[in-house]
Design a protein around this ligand. Structure first.
Ligand code: UDP
Length: 234
């Protein structure tokens, strides 16, 4: 697979064209940002960890019937993916109160939710990804009813599959963010699933094993990313 022109550079990844117009290469960087990129840094080895963890999780999800953009790993930092027309909606799934939900509703972090909470955020950095709902999405024509039905169904399915998987690895899946896109008439799960996009707490100690170590300057950042990869692969 020939790596072509770079078509996009985001905060944590670069995307390249290939000689197949339906396939892109997604390259994971070590750059880390938080709080709308006002905090910037580097987490050594993060790109490799997130590439490998995403590959494992996309492969597992495909096996469980969730269609994803993942095709195969190409190298330590690169994966081959299907080209997506990204739906500008970030889906957040929550099992335990943390982060934005704690802040918005004035709750303590760590409260176990009686049932998973699904949130939609408008994918727009300039507006700080504001919370909105399916009425906004429909009214603005961002996605069709049928597409959002698939997004919703698959998001709950991903939560079920990943919760079970991480529990087995001694990790609580607190919350995570997903992005979906269109590919040849299908709705596929895209982006990445990694400690950058999930909150993971150790089951025994509640230690934060995700990007909150960087956001909140908790230390042992590199080591923790490596530990999550070890558990995911183990
Ligand atoms: N998240 C993400 N990208 C974003 C915002 C959130 O990957 O732009 C992830 C985040 O890592 C967490 C979950 O989505 O696992 C919920 O994040 P939250 O809404 O609590 O926002 P945050 O506390 O990160 O500002």
């Amino acid at each position: 697979m020939k790596k072509g022109k770079q078509i996009y550079e985001g905060k944590a990844k670069k995307v390249f064209e290939t000689d197949d117009k339906d396939l892109y290469i997604q390259e994971f960087k070590d750059d880390a940002t938080a709080f709308d990129a006002t905090k910037r840094g580097t987490i050594k080895g993060k790109g490799v960890v997130n590439n490998k963890i995403s590959a494992v999780l996309f492969t597992l999800l495909e096996k469980k019937g969730v269609k994803t953009h993942f095709v195969k790993l190409l190298s330590d930092r690169e994966m081959l993916v299907k080209r997506l027309d990204i739906i500008p909606v970030e889906v957040t799934m929550r099992n335990i109160v943390a982060g934005g939900m704690a802040k918005m509703l004035g709750l303590e972090e760590g409260i176990a939710l009686k049932s998973p909470v699904l949130e939609y955020h408008y994918k727009n950095d300039a507006l700080h990804d504001p919370l909105f709902n399916d009425y906004h999405i429909r009214a603005l024509g961002l996605a069709t009813e049928a597409e959002m039905e698939l997004v919703r169904k698959n998001s709950f399915k991903v939560n079920d599959v990943l919760r079970e998987f991480f529990t087995d690895k001694g990790l609580q899946l607190v919350d995570f963010k997903l992005e979906f896109g269109r590919h040849k008439g299908q709705v596929l799960l895209g982006d990445e699933i990694s400690p950058d996009t999930c909150r993971l707490w150790d089951k025994e100690t509640n230690k934060k094993m995700d990007k909150d170590r960087f956001r909140r300057d908790l230390g042992q950042i590199e080591e923790t990313y490596q530990e999550v990869l070890k558990r995911v692969e183990g």
